[in-house]
Design a protein around this ligand. Structure first.
Ligand code: FMN
Length: 352
């Protein structure tokens, strides 16, 4: 079994469960994100995921932190954590993006990773005049784009004449001094996303869902041909509510449901903006939940021992990296590190 890893979602668009929370006033600033990530590193977290949205996906009037400039700065400020940064292929030419990624790989001394995401928020693209092809066409473009990026990250000379991209003759220097290339994650659950990650990814990020569903997803994708690449690894997104007792955790979940009900108008607008063919949207509509990308749907809500046991069960099912959300973020991130992480490690040691 691979070593378990814990990460925190950067708060690029503020609170994850409810936007109107007196205990967590809206704050998506660089200063707050810097403080969270540095504190996460001190607490023992292994990685952070910086989502990429050019405009705020909940409400375009709200602030949104820019992912790639923040990633470069966090790479310089941290010393141990992996800095995973999302990228929507439609936004960047592959040569420009690969160059930026290799720059942050050098700044971080071998701790950088990209997370390829397919986009779902129509106004983010269309409002800027950027074409927004249909769901599967975006993945077709993303697959060709990632094939090129992967070679450029390795330092290969690329001569590519594809359906969407013409790159006659290109090679980037310097490459990584630390490994073959930065890691490649993919976030998306549809069939083309699964094909893409099996074909050219290193880690598949799964939306927070119950253990049986996650196990079936892992079995499906782990069984696909890898053409000589090492076995795929798996990450899970989840929103955590861990408390001394189950009753306190349930009460907090109810409290967050009540707060998130205040965002009903924003959520309705977000749903209208979402590509209806995105599998993510269907997954999230299945059961009530708080948090993004599956949120509490992963079931990490309960007393400390129960949450630790569920994390350990996901790990035994194949999840290496847990990418976590909390609210209020700073207080709950610390509580998880102090109360749940040691319990998980004890459980995994005991199980051998
Ligand atoms: C862990 C994770 C992180 C994601 N991060 C982003 C992001 O930063 N920006 C974004 O626009 N979409 C993000 N997404 C959504 C993907 O863009 C994808 O488009 C969405 O899941 C719909 O694709 P699907 O139909 O393959 O599920 C993320 C998804 C996952 C699972």
């Amino acid at each position: 079994m691979s070593t378990i890893r814990f990460g925190v979602w950067a708060l690029v668009h503020g609170s994850r469960a409810a936007l109107q929370d007196p205990e967590e006033p809206y704050d998506a600033s660089w200063a707050r994100n810097r403080a969270i990530v540095l504190e996460a590193e001190r607490l023992g977290y292994d990685c952070t995921l910086i989502a990429q949205h050019t405009i705020n996906p909940h409400d375009p009037d709200l602030d949104e932190l820019e992912a790639w400039t923040a990633a470069a700065a966090l790479a310089a400020l941290t010393s141990r954590m992996e800095i995973i940064t999302a990228i929507k292929p439609l936004l960047y030419h592959p040569a420009v993006l690969a160059k930026m990624a290799l720059g942050i790989e050098a700044i971080s001394e071998g701790r950088f990773a990209i997370n390829l995401v397919n986009a779902w928020n129509r106004p983010e693209m269309e409002g800027a005049g950027i074409p927004f092809p249909e769901h599967d066409d975006r993945y077709e473009y993303g697959t060709e784009w990632l094939t090129v990026v992967e070679q450029l990250l390795r330092g290969d000379r690329v001569s590519h004449h594809g359906q969407h991209l013409q790159i006659p003759n290109y090679r980037l220097r310097p490459t990584s001094q630390f490994r073959t290339r930065p890691r490649i994650y993919v976030g998306g659950e549809s069939e083309p996303a699964r094909q893409l990650v099996a074909q050219c990814g290193d880690v598949w990020f799964i939306n927070g869902q119950d253990l049986a569903t996650v196990s079936a997803l892992i079995a499906d994708v782990a069984g696909r041909p890898r053409h000589g690449a090492p076995p795929l690894k798996f990450g899970l997104s989840a929103f955590v509510i861990a408390r001394p007792t189950a009753a306190e955790a349930d009460a907090n979940l109810q409290h967050l449901f009540e707060l998130s009900a205040k965002d009903a108008a924003i959520k309705a607008q977000k749903a209208a903006n979402t590509d209806p063919n995105s599998v993510m949207a269907a997954v999230l509509a299945r059961t009530p939940r708080v948090g993004s990308n599956g949120g509490t749907g992963a079931g990490l809500v309960g007393d400390y021992d129960t949450v630790a046991e569920r994390v350990a069960a996901f790990h035994r099912a194949g999840i290496e990296t847990f990418m976590l959300q909390y609210q209020p973020f700073e207080r709950e991130m610390a509580r998880f590190a102090q109360e749940v992480m040691p319990r998980v490690k004890r459980l995994l040691v005991r199980a051998g």
